[in-house]
Design a protein around this ligand. Structure first.
Ligand code: ADP
Ligand code: ZN
Ligand code: ZN
Length: 655
């Protein structure tokens, strides 16, 4: 009696055996429905074997087979890699590759009238050289396409894709944000109207996602464009992988299976022996290191593609005066006035949503705190509330201080809502829109704002990092940055890397067409290297310096790290678990693996849970991998049940 070995979406690390009823059309990769205890689950058949270690009487039969193509061998292999590398169950890893099982409905995009008309562009010299290098690669090569903002990376992707499409191959394009997909889809379709494009991201309805998945798996879609989950889609004719904005933090999944889609894409390209392009104006230090060691081939685009566009002039101005007023200092105010007079657009960037990041009592210094987290509550005005941005807790804004009764409660600091109000007061005639997670909660809200910007129905945009990425607004000539200094106080060692990337990206929105752009950064630390990189348009020097620092301090990406996070209602339970984990780690760690002492997480309490963490690291990835495999075994055997834990391999944040 043949046995199907099935990966089920549960945390248990091993697959489950089921016997195969005769005549059921099951092959490795088939999606099948089975029973596990009282539950009915859909799983992936990993292999079909002759015998099981489990008694025949205790085995259950495979229920039925889900209609549709099985997962191909290379996708199963990818899931196995994820399970091993990230120390996750094979079932949860396989679940990443399972498409929605609803009936397929209209694909998200396909042939049809292009949304915008774009002429085929003559590539400039750098673009042509980059595209030629990529097109010439017929096997695995990792390229870093290091192109300043507005240098025309998209045109390079398209030109490189052409060579693959001409051979009948498929191209996978990963983008970091759902919000960026429609714009890129429109550009791709306009440039290549005869090509079938399938779009995959979590914002799509299940039916549309299934349709896109089927088009990719069946080979009818030549370009597959999507967010991180698209890295798992079957692509029988894969010829090229592109990861746009490869530095972007949203490629890392922060819960469940904590994979990094860029790293997974590299692994997949390697296994499929096809070239991969990582594009960015501000490469991650991981990628920067790999390029400097020659593991990746660097291709540079050093000029803006539009011959009339220049890099924006960057001015660093004092923040102190502005904070005493409404947040907008005199330089920024004057510059905004000039843009309004010229009918040009401006963007004011502040990385805080809400009205003010805290609420304090002027008399006794009481501060509104989240009852469930070790964090302050943010003051919101529209609608009014105190909100926790970590756990979602919300409460009414008090009329008086709960400790001393004083009615003088002061919102401290600046969020998007406060700046929106300040701008409206300063420029009553201006058409202003706010873009943050609150204002874009409803489907289509972000696209509506973008359409308004394009139609010149808006003068000033105020918003968070949602506005920083990828957008190409030709009439935008001024970018103001507020409150960026906050990142310099962060305890996370990656904060300055992220700050520099964010600043370069947000500044890159200015002056992309003919009119010259200007960036005004309000800061009290104008000499900080992150700001120097921005002012001098020199990310490379900054990245080199940061990398040297990481080498001295033995921090990633120079070493490889894993972070064990634990949480429980009682601090003592967290401590007990981490003490056990630490003891086990110390015993297992050879010379090559370094084990740090447990510490409280940066956010020591979240949503009522006490949190702690422990970092292990090694200069040798295989040594760390061997260690982790043994260590997770020891952790799973921990008899205590009160602490939840999760391992994050290659964490992007140590908080
Ligand atoms: P990036 O992604 O590198 O920031 P984009 O791909 O968005 O840059 O291109 C920036 C702008 O330059 C776009 O408006 C694009 O249409 C334009 N562009 C790209 N390549 C060329 C070219 N060869 N000649 C003229 N304009 C170009
Ligand atoms: Zn008080
Ligand atoms: Zn909270």
């Amino acid at each position: 009696m043949p046995i199907a070995r099935v990966a089920l979406p549960v945390a248990t690390s091993t697959p489950f055996d089921y016997w195969l009823p005769e005549g059921l059309p099951v092959v490795p990769g088939s999606l099948v429905r089975v029973r596990l205890g009282p539950r009915r689950l859909t799983g992936v058949v990993l292999e079909i074997v002759a015998d099981s270690a489990v008694d025949r009487e205790r085995l259950q039969p495979v229920g039925d087979v889900v209609a549709g193509p099985p997962l191909p061998a290379d996708v199963i292999e990818l899931a196995r890699f994820i399970a091993t590398y990230y120390q996750e169950s094979i079932g949860l890893a396989c679940a990443l590759a399972v498409p929605p099982l609803t009936r397929a409905r209209r694909a998200a995009a396909g042939k049809g009238a292009p949304a915008i008309q774009a002429p085929r562009r003559e590539l400039n010299r750098d673009q042509a050289a980059a595209a030629a290098a990529i097109s010439a690669a017929s096997h695995y090569v990792a390229f870093l396409l290091c192109g300043i903002t507005g240098s025309g990376k998209t045109e390079v992707y398209l030109a490189a894709a052409d060579a693959v499409l001409a051979r009948g191959g498929q191209v996978l394009i990963l983008v970091p944000e759902i919000n960026l997909t429609p714009q890129l889809v429109a550009r791709v379709q306009a440039a290549r109207p005869d090509v079938d494009v399938a779009v995959l991201h979590s914002g799509l309805a299940a039916g549309a996602r299934r349709a896109a998945w089927l088009a990719a798996a069946g080979g009818s879609a030549s370009i597959v464009l999507g967010t991180r989950l698209a890295v798992f889609v079957p692509l029988p004719a894969l010829g090229l992988v592109i990861v746009d904005e490869e530095h972007d933090a949203s490629y890392k999944q922060q819960d469940n299976v904590r994979y990094h889609a860029r790293d997974v894409a590299i692994w997949r390209a390697h296994r499929r022996n096809v070239p991969i392009v990582l594009g960015s104006a501000t490469p991650s230090l991981e990628t920067w290191l790999a390029a400097s060691e020659g593991r990746y081939r660097r291709l540079d685009l050093v000029e803006r593609a539009n011959p009339r566009a220049t890099l924006p002039r960057v001015r660093l101005v004092s923040q102190r005066g502005a904070l005493a007023g409404d947040g907008i200092g005199p330089e920024l105010r004057a510059a905004l006035g000039v843009r309004l007079a010229r009918a040009e657009q401006s963007l004011v960037f502040v990385n805080r949503r809400g009205f003010a990041p805290s609420l304090v009592c002027a008399a006794c210094k009481w501060e509104a705190q989240c009852p469930r987290c070790s964090a302050r509550l943010t003051t919101h005005r529209s609608p009014p509330a105190l909100r926790c941005h970590h756990c979602g807790h919300a409460e009414r804004v008090p009329h008086a201080c709960p400790t001393c009764g004083n009615v003088d409660l002061v919102p401290l600091g600046f969020g998007t809502q406060r700046l929106e109000r300040a701008l409206a007061q300063a420029f009553p005639a201006a058409r202003i829109a706010r873009v943050d997670r609150d204002s874009t909660r409803t489907r289509g809200a972000f696209a509506a704002v973008r359409a308004e910007v394009e139609a010149h129905g808006l003068d000033i945009l105020v918003g968070t990092q949602m506005l920083a990425k990828g957008h190409d607004f030709p009439r935008l000539t001024l970018v103001g940055v507020l409150g960026a200094d906050n990142a310099l106080y962060s305890a996370d060692f990656r904060a300055t890397e992220r700050l520099a990337a964010l600043l370069v990206q947000v500044a890159g929105r200015a002056g992309r067409a003919g009119a010259p752009g200007e960036v005004i950064v309000q800061t009290d630390f104008p000499d900080h290297p992150a700001y120097a990189a921005l002012r001098n348009h020199d990310y490379a020097t900054f990245a080199d310096a940061l990398l040297a620092e990481r080498r001295t301090a033995q921090l990633p990406p120079v070493v490889h790290a894993a972070l064990l996070g634990a949480e429980a209602h009682q601090r003592a339970d967290v401590d007990a678990f981490l003490a056990h984990a630490h003891a086990a780690a110390t015993k297992l760690a050879g010379r090559d693996v370094e084990v740090f002492a447990p510490v409280p997480a940066l956010l020591a309490r979240r949503a009522g849970f006490e949190r702690g963490q422990l970092v292990v690291q090694s200069a040798h990835r295989p040594a760390l991998q061997r260690f982790l495999a043994q260590w997770t075994g020891a952790l799973a055997a921990w008899p205590g049940r009160r602490a939840r834990w999760a391992l994050d391999v290659d964490p992007t944040s140590f908080g």
